[in-house]
Design a protein around this ligand. Structure first.
Ligand SMILES: Cc1cc2nc3c(=O)[nH]c(=O)nc-3n(C[C@H](O)[C@H](O)[C@H](O)COP(=O)(O)OP(=O)(O)OC[C@H]3O[C@@H](n4cnc5c(N)ncnc54)[C@H](O)[C@@H]3O)c2cc1C
Length: 261
């Protein structure tokens, strides 16, 4: 159930519709586990409690509830990669890194295991007038970027610039959009270094009415935003930047780098 909707039209920028959802906690069953790429584990969840799940925006997030490394209750943010109400399944893609309890949970997951999720609590739905989308990120943002590429209507123009460890970590998306992808390779322990992404951006034309979405390690996300503002003179209302994680800190994110929330 939608609790409220509000419409914000930030000057000349695209319209952002903020939708609030009733916060529901669900206990789901692991139906399948797939090694999508060397650094991405795809978990298929299902069960009767999925009924009524909703996720209108590709960059929505849910909370997953898992035991911490010391066994205490812990929560982390993940993107609903694909919800299929017909099959009653929800896909989550977990980056396979070697630091925390969420990645460890995904590595050990097997069919029949259970996972509690909460949310999404709210969505930010972007709409016209966007002529082009530029989606920038690291592997943690691939679920949101993949969703956007798959869900935007045919004829939409999209460019992606994504940093992953190697060629085998690149993903392909089924889309009817005009879609151009650029991949940057760097080791995972250099995920806070924006140099590779910036090198690609420096050679990219960014036309008027391009909406730029950035989701990545927080230092890298900030560096990319600063470049877009300072060097490319893109108005702030055409950029949405999120620090999806912070190198060296557990359970840390900066959900709105411009607003530092
Ligand atoms: C809105 C939003 C959506 C997100 N969606 C997804 C998603 O769909 N899939 C996904 O995998 N992640 C996603 N993330 C990022 C994810 O929440 C974090 O990576 C989270 O910290 C992982 O939890 P953990 O328990 O594995 O590690 P933590 O216990 O949080 O961290 C332990 C250590 O690992 C490091 N670390 C955390 N994440 C990474 C990483 N990706 N690579 C290398 N080191 C890391 C930390 O800096 C810390 O030093 C999202 C984050 C946000 C804010």
């Amino acid at each position: 159930m939608k609790l409220f909707q509000s419409f914000l039209n930030r000057g000349e920028g695209p319209e952002i519709r903020r939708v609030r959802h009733e916060l529901v906690r669900r206990s789901l069953e692991v139906r399948a586990v797939e090694r999508l790429t060397p650094h991405m584990i795809r978990i298929t969840l299902g069960g009767p409690e999925l009924a009524g799940f909703t996720s209108p925006s590709p960059d929505d997030h849910i909370k997953i509830f898992i035991p911490g490394l010391d066994g205490s209750p812990t929560r982390r943010d993940y993107t609903p990669r694909r919800y299929d109400p017909q099959n009653g399944t929800l896909l989550l893609d977990f980056v396979n890194h070697h630091g925390g309890p969420a990645a460890a949970w995904a590595r050990a997951a097997k069919p029949g295991d259970r996972l509690e999720i909460g949310g999404p609590r709210g969505s930010q739905v972007l709409s016209s007038p966007i002529d082009h989308w530029l989606l920038i990120g690291d592997e943690t943002a691939l679920p949101a970027i993949g969703r956007r590429v798959e869900e935007l209507p045919a004829q939409t123009s999209i460019t992606t610039v994504v940093a992953v460890p190697g060629a085998e970590d690149e993903q392909t998306f089924v889309t009817a959009t005009h879609y151009v992808s650029h991949w940057v390779h760097r080791p995972m322990d250099q995920a806070d270094d924006a140099a590779g992404i910036l090198a690609v951006l420096k050679n990219l034309e960014i036309s008027d009415r391009t909406f730029v979405w950035v989701g990545a390690e927080a230092r890298m996300a900030k560096a990319v935003r600063q470049y877009l503002l300072d060097e490319r003179r893109i108005p702030a209302q055409w950029i949405k930047t999120s620090g999806y994680w912070v190198k060296g800190q557990a359970d840390a994110s900066v959900k709105d780098v411009g607003g530092e929330r």
